[in-house]
Design a protein around this ligand. Structure first.
Ligand SMILES: CC(C)(COP(=O)(O)OP(=O)(O)OC[C@H]1O[C@@H](n2cnc3c(N)ncnc32)[C@H](O)[C@@H]1OP(=O)(O)O)[C@@H](O)C(=O)NCCC(=O)NCCS
Length: 172
């Protein structure tokens, strides 16, 4: 098992993981699988903003899971806050990889000087809720019936962790 900064050769694997979650779960509030172009644009946007995409691959060079973050909300004063995501391929869940990915992406955010990490989780996603609570994320709220998928209303729960940085935060 190797931890890597994800390169473009793994984008099809990432697309597969996203699309499995879209088709089979409410982890993502999409209805349609994501196209090759959309994943390429997602990755390019991460590169352009220096947001890491960390991943773990096995000895056969299969991508087992990945984590990243991006802007929380598109207003400048949120600049020290990121919203993260963590995904493990269905074949490799329940082995502690999600936990390690979340630990590593939190360290990455801290080292880049961010101050707050936000996790926005479907309320029915017991695994993700357990994972965030285990790693010290605090539940800051619940938004009821803000999504609709598979013929039912979906509730969101919001989790937050404060990080050390930056030492001297500045406006602007
Ligand atoms: C959520 C996800 C990333 C977790 O990754 P994982 O590798 O399966 O999780 P881990 O093996 O690291 O387990 C994490 C914790 O959840 C707990 N857990 C696992 N399955 C659980 C379940 N069904 N119900 C409650 N807790 C569960 C584990 O016990 C573990 O806690 P512990 O460290 O105290 O033992 C993974 O299941 C996944 O990719 N799911 C689909 C996409 C998704 O939901 N992403 C998150 C969007 S917010």
């Amino acid at each position: 098992m190797t931890w890597i900064e994800c390169g473009p050769q793994y984008l099809e694997s990432i697309r597969g993981i996203f699309n499995e979650a879209i088709v089979n779960s409410t982890a993502l509030y999409d209805y349609e699988p994501r196209s090759v172009a959309r994943i390429q644009a997602w990755w390019e946007a991460k590169q352009a903003s220096h947001y890491p995409v960390i991943a773990v691959v096995n000895d056969q060079d299969e991508l087992m899971g990945f984590a990243s973050y991006g802007p929380f909300r598109a207003f400048p004063a949120y600049k020290y806050t990121v919203e993260h995501s963590v995904y493990v391929s269905a074949r490799f869940r329940g082995q502690g990889l999600g936990r390690q990915l979340l630990e590593r992406i939190t360290l990455a955010a801290e080292s880049q000087g961010y101050h707050a990490m936000i996790g926005v989780i479907d309320a029915a996603n017991a695994t993700s809720v357990a994972l965030h609570e285990r790693l010290g994320f605090l539940r800051c709220g619940e938004m009821r019936e803000v999504g609709f998928k598979f013929g039912r209303w979906l509730d969101l729960v919001i989790y937050q962790k404060l990080l050390a940085g930056p030492e001297t935060p500045e406006d602007g």
